[in-house]
Design a protein around this ligand. Structure first.
Ligand SMILES: C[S@@+](CC[C@H](N)C(=O)[O-])C[C@H]1O[C@@H](n2cnc3c(N)ncnc32)[C@H](O)[C@@H]1O
Length: 254
């Protein structure tokens, strides 16, 4: 076993992969995702300036928003991921904290954004509800909370079982997903082989994501005090359906 403690779900997630994360995500269309977020902002007639990229990871979303003129800071649970934020171009100032206890006293943010199924990593519904309350707390009146979640369809359908072992990429990986319908948690066993600078090196991580029903999430938003909210099948303005792989949520603090 490497340095991570796999006996506790969530422990060690993103610790070792952090320095390879941007390489691993090199084909992820972050710019298009931010385009979509901006289309949601237009639809909701919002013009945010002060933004928190919640569960920012290495800061790809926040950094893209900085490039577009927003004032963005990041927050993430995994310290190794936050450390990578400084390497973004432009760099993203970020802090280490849990989404359910955001270390920001300021309550005047215009937008909290959390992308790439980051909030699925919260495995306990009460903790996700606490994270939603925290987003509500730090927003100004009229501020928006925009986030995405993998749906149960995505997590139960083996989407995370994949590999690139036949490629000549210096970072090869093999992931195996295990869905537990009772807990609604998908465990993904990940093996990585790095053969680039400083290599060779191999390591493993185990990631856990929980599925939340659309109605469950909307109820959390209502309970947190959001009065206007909507969910969309990702990258559209259409409603979430049983066939949606990813849902986007937009909520306004009145
Ligand atoms: C799949 S990555 C996405 C990172 C980033 N949002 C992106 O778009 O690349 C999920 C991130 O969620 C973070 N995370 C997981 N649980 C968290 C929690 N309870 N509070 C804050 N961040 C969390 C992880 O550390 C990781 O950086």
């Amino acid at each position: 076993m490497e340095s991570s403690d796999f006996t506790r779900p969530g422990a060690g997630e993103f610790d070792q992969v952090a320095e390879y994360y941007d390489h691993l995500m090199k084909t992820v269309p972050y710019r298009h995702w931010v385009d979509y977020v901006e289309s949601l902002l237009r639809r909701w007639e919002a013009r945010p300036v002060d933004v928190l990229d919640l569960a920012c990871g290495t800061g790809r979303v926040g950094s893209e928003m900085v490039r577009r003129g927003y004032q963005v800071r990041g927050a993430d649970l995994a310290e190794p991921m936050v450390r990578e934020c400084i390497r973004q171009e432009p760099p993203l100032p970020a802090m280490v904290c849990d989404a359910s206890r955001i270390g920001i006293a300021d309550t005047r943010l215009d937008l909290v954004v959390s992308l790439y199924d980051s909030l699925n990593y919260i495995l306990v519904p009460e903790k996700l509800a606490a994270a939603v309350r925290e987003a509500h707390r730090i927003l100004r009146s009229g501020g928006l909370f925009i986030f995405d979640l993998n749906t149960e369809r995505a997590l139960a359908s083996g989407l995370f079982t994949q590999d690139n072992m036949r490629s000549d990429d210096p970072l090869q990986y093999t992931w195996e997903a295990h869905w537990d319908p009772k807990s609604r948690i998908c465990r993904v066993d990940m093996l990585y082989y790095w053969n680039g600078d400083g290599g060779p090196k191999h390591f493993r991580e185990t990631h856990y994501q929980r599925a939340y029903d659309n109605s469950e999430v909307l109820s959390m938003l209502r309970m947190a005090g959001f009065t206007r909210f909507e969910s969309y099948s990702a990258y559209t303005f259409r409603a979430v359906t049983p066939l949606s792989d990813r849902a986007y949520y937009v909520a306004v603090k009145e």
